[in-house]
Write a new protein. Structure first.
Length: 251
């Protein structure tokens, strides 16, 4: 009987990441498709009634990258390395024309050299300001090829599918940029920023935040508030990070 329970638990662990990933994909595609085809904008002032929709697309867009991140650690499809790889590649391309293989290499360097000069996500020279740090961060990941891909996709959306330029910029390009800044601020800058008010616990050079679970979810899919937990257990997917932290905390 225990063996049977472990069998079903193994199956659940293998499919839950895939299920969550494609729920995010379906909701993102639906929200974006609705915004691009059913919302009629004629001027910038027309955007304001749709700020909520923009934020929803931004949140779901951020979920695409969180799937890419978990795929880097093999936790989207832990029982199938090839499927995990191709989900990572698909979501990386949909997020911003990124190469998953390149991001995967950079992210593992981040874990290996966390908080040092060799960390591609960290600005280690002097007292890192937000603007210098975000500039170095973006320089590590944005390539000419990726920019050309994004420009090409924009042209296809506007001239191939005849979607209004203002809709493409408002509901596709803007949430992409905003989600990148949100991911950086909550998922990299805040948890890795040094301060005289606290000391990092270990060589991971990061920390957790004590904020309500809902804010933890909407800010960065628990990736910011439980960032130290993630570094200690990188194979734990984002939706299990709060539980992982609770189980590892001293009673």
């Amino acid at each position: 009987m225990p063996c049977l329970s472990n069998f079903y638990l193994d199956i659940l662990n293998e499919v839950v990441g895939i299920f969550v990933a494609f729920i995010i994909l379906i909701f993102w595609f639906s929200a974006l498709g609705f915004a691009l085809t059913q919302v009629h904008l004629s001027a910038v002032v027309d955007v304001f009634p749709y700020l909520g929709l923009i934020l929803i697309i931004q949140f779901l867009h951020m979920g695409l990258f969180m799937t890419v991140h978990d795929a880097c650690h093999g936790s989207v499809a832990p029982g199938n390395a090839k499927l995990n790889l191709w989900i990572g590649r698909l979501f990386a391309f949909l997020y911003a024309g990124f190469s998953f293989d390149y991001i995967n290499q950079k992210h593992h360097d981040h874990h290996r050299f966390s908080g040092t000069d060799l960390d591609p996500d960290f600005h280690a020279q002097g007292k890192p300001s937000f603007f210098f740090w975000v500039f170095r961060f973006l320089k590590q990941y944005i390539t000419v090829k990726q920019i050309l891909i994004m420009c090409g996709v924009a042209q296809i959306l506007m001239h191939g599918f005849h979607l209004p330029e203002i809709n493409v910029l408002t509901f596709w390009a803007l949430p992409s940029v905003l989600s990148s800044l949100q991911l950086f601020y909550f998922g990299t800058y805040l948890p890795h920023r040094k301060s005289r008010h606290y000391q990092f616990e270990d060589a991971h050079h990061t920390r957790n935040f004590s904020i309500p679970k809902f804010l933890s979810l909407v800010s960065c899919y628990h990736f910011g508030a439980f960032h130290h937990t993630h570094h200690k257990s990188p194979g734990t997917p984002w939706f299990f990070l709060p539980k992982k932290q609770s189980s590892s905390s001293p009673s």
